[in-house]
Design a protein around this ligand. Structure first.
Ligand SMILES: [Mg+2]
Length: 168
């Protein structure tokens, strides 16, 4: 289903190399706001190291962000030394496909990680990439995201229920 992620993790750092290998993932598309940085543009501890370790293992990266604040995206991308696209209008496929070209990979070898269903998950699913939802870093969202959260939480609840059922 288009609104459900393929996987749900607590944070980006829980997406480990063995998991990526198991699913044949060679490249990661990353969201910025509340996935890599919090409301105050701060990285959580260990995020830079997580990127570096996966890079060392040959995993490619690209940032696809919806924000129009180029300075913010640039700061994050340069801190992690990965290419970026901003103002991407996710769930539009455009940014995802640009990232795919940038990484030189096929969609089946790409996973997209983000904290929002309406943008990150649906966009990745539309592109037939592996979709990974993570919990938002900070509770304090920008206004437009705040409006969408209750619906997102409802979908996540339903998703977790469904996963539980499937496991039994
Ligand atoms: Mg986000």
């Amino acid at each position: 289903m288009l609104i459900y992620p393929d996987f749900y993790f607590d944070n980006v750092r829980d997406v480990k190399l063995d998991f990526l290998r198991k699913h044949n993932i060679k490249g990661l598309i990353l969201d910025v706001d509340n996935t890599l940085i919090d409301f105050y543009k701060k990285f959580e501890e260990g995020t830079e190291q997580w990127v570096q370790e996966l890079k060392n293992a040959g995993i490619k990266f690209c940032i696809v962000s919806n924000t129009n604040k180029i300075e913010k995206v640039k700061y994050v991308a340069e801190s992690l030394d990965i290419p970026y696209f901003y103002f991407s209008k996710k769930p539009s496929k455009k940014g995802f496909m640009k990232a795919k070209e940038e990484m030189g990979l096929n969609v089946e070898n790409i996973a997209a990680i983000g904290d929002q269903i309406m943008t990150d998950v649906i966009g990745a699913n539309r592109c037939k990439m592996l979709s990974i939802l993570v919990k938002p870093i900070s509770e304090q969202d920008i206004f437009i995201t705040k409006i969408k959260r209750p619906l997102e939480n409802k979908i996540i609840k339903r998703y977790l229920k469904k996963m539980k059922k499937e496991k039994v």
